[in-house]
Design a protein around this ligand. Structure first.
Ligand code: GAP
Length: 443
């Protein structure tokens, strides 16, 4: 994509998302609700497809990872044990003059407002990020519960039930995709930092011996996912090892993506040691050790985690896909004719194949053809506007293949398939269309 100012580029992506029904602000008619987002028809198609690719890659294509779908609200003690109730937050202060709020640890001088230079600041206060609710009819301290702040904790709680039910032995992983909630103080950059978001996490349980090899293995696997499945260019990604590690961790690394607003964390790969299992063992007063029959030893499993936000991954895919090029219709003295294209990989495109009748008279023929592919690919029938406009519309939502049914199709039983990125057109016999598209779309 041509170099553009950061704000312009993000603004264009946000505006496209709203205009074409990918993502819009929650509760817009009430003025919006900061940190919450709704996914429209193309947005949810994209999000589901991305989640599907993750699940395929992390669970279904392996024989050592199984799935879980746990409740969002767990016993409040879970979040005591995990440390979230006591430590999950930031120390903040507000400038009384310009009303800007700061994380104290990020201020160059904690006595002076970074924005306006005032020294009139509120005393530092702790903000906890856990979202509270009440379970039961009485709204008092005793009935407080929390919406989960990460999807991994229930995985630790269910480790033994899953192990027994599946007869899995170490090493093996448990994966979960689901909602997480954090009272982020400054939700920002569109969906990048939201208050309600989905996480895709996998906890890999193993013996401590050899756990660093598993850490390296999962770091490589996750890196490969971005390159081979999402087709991100390698120069847009980098690995950022953590300088400061939690006291229990042996290693931690983030995979970062270069968003239009700068490098941002996409995913964390963490060696969590036995911390989580030992905390839950202590707080639940249950023996959570694993009996290793081969080694004839009992021990708490060590955990290697891969953790990514689905919404953040979708945002990175949108940023990576967004492109503008000059269409060949450009004429001298006329304004540049800009074609907006989303170059999604076909596997995650919200519409994989669009069916376009060349004339209204052919609407039924195009619809009959589309119906043959419902459920096989994500399809759309696009009947309004001239064919050029419809191609543009499909480019803008990232449809990789448009199938045009024209008057010749009635005679030669063939259709024109137009490819989004090259704009090349090919005549394909209808009876060979499925084989042709299967290869292109399903890979
Ligand atoms: N279980 C470990 C854990 O939750 P984290 O670094 O707090 O670690 C993991 O979160 C991932 O979840 C991040 O890399 C990011 O992709 C996503 N994430 C975290 N907070 C988010 C937020 N407020 N909005 C959107 N995604 C978020």
């Amino acid at each position: 994509m041509s170099e553009q100012p950061i704000d312009t580029c993000m603004e264009k992506i946000v505006s496209l998302c709203k205009r074409r029904g990918f993502v819009f602000q929650s509760s817009e008619i009430y003025g919006g609700f900061n940190g919450f987002w709704d996914y429209g028809p193309y947005g949810i198609a994209l999000k589901r497809a991305v989640e599907r690719q993750w699940w395929l890659y992390m669970v279904e294509k392996r024989n050592n990872v199984v799935g879980l779908d746990s409740s969002i609200i767990c016993h409040p003690k879970v979040w005591k044990a995990s440390g979230h109730v006591d430590r999950f937050g930031d120390i903040m202060c507000d400038c009384k003059k310009c009303k800007t709020r700061f994380r104290v640890d990020q201020m160059p001088d904690p006595t002076t407002c970074t924005n306006c230079g005032s020294k009139d600041l509120t005393p530092p206060r702790e903000f906890n990020l856990m979202m509270k609710t009440y379970v039961g009819p009485v709204f008092d301290e005793e009935h407080i519960a929390y919406l989960r702040a990460e999807t991994c904790q229930p995985i630790f709680l269910d480790f033994h039930s899953i192990r027994i039910a599946t007869r899995m032995q170490l090493p093996f992983g448990i994966a979960q995709v689901g909602k997480a909630f954090r009272n982020e103080i400054t939700p920002r950059m569109f969906t990048f930092r939201s208050r309600e978001f989905s996480q895709m996490e996998m906890e890999f349980f193993c013996a401590d011996e050899g756990s660093m090899e598993w850490f390296e293995y999962w770091r490589q696997e996750r890196w490969n996912f971005y390159l081979n499945v999402l087709k991100f260019p390698v120069e847009k990604l980098h690995l950022h090892p953590h300088d400061k590690l939690a006291h229990y961790a042996k290693a931690a690394v983030d995979i970062e993506y270069e968003f239009p607003f700068g490098w941002g964390e996409l995913e964390g790969i963490h060696h969590r040691g036995t911390w989580d299992m030992s905390q839950h063992q202590q707080f639940s007063e249950q023996d959570l050790q694993y009996l290793d029959q081969t080694a004839n030893k009992r021990y708490l499993p060590t955990v290697v985690e891969t953790s990514v936000g689905l919404d953040r991954m979708v945002l990175a895919i949108l940023c990576n896909a967004y492109d503008e090029d000059r269409a060949p219709t450009q004429k001298e003295g006329m304004e540049d004719d800009v074609r907006v294209v989303l170059h999604f990989p076909a596997t995650v495109a919200p519409v994989q194949v669009a069916f376009l009748p060349l004339s209204k008279k052919l609407n039924q023929n195009a619809q009959d053809l589309q119906e043959k592919f419902l459920g096989r690919y994500r399809t759309e029938l696009d009947v309004t506007g001239n064919i050029g406009k419809r191609y543009r519309r499909q480019d803008e939502i990232g449809t990789p293949y448009c199938v045009t049914f024209d008057f010749d199709s009635l005679e030669d039983n063939a259709v024109t398939v137009r490819e989004r990125d090259s704009m090349a057109q090919e005549r394909i016999p209808i009876e060979g269309l499925r084989a042709y598209l299967d290869e292109k779309v399903l890979g």
